[in-house]
Write a new protein. Sequence first.
Length: 63
Amino acid sequence: MRYLGALQKRIVYSNMYDAEHRYFDFLETYPNIASKVPQYLIASYLGVSAEFISRIRKKNKPS
């Protein structure tokens, strides 16, 4: 049952929000996973390229 709820949320989010918003929502929802999982797996989960994740990180990196 929890799996279906997570799957529905993922489908809705992929249709409603842009990739950057989905990435930040992922970081907020799974803060521990983001630091332990390779970037290409997060990108695959979000349906974007690893290069796109890299650009988002670079753009939002604190100075």
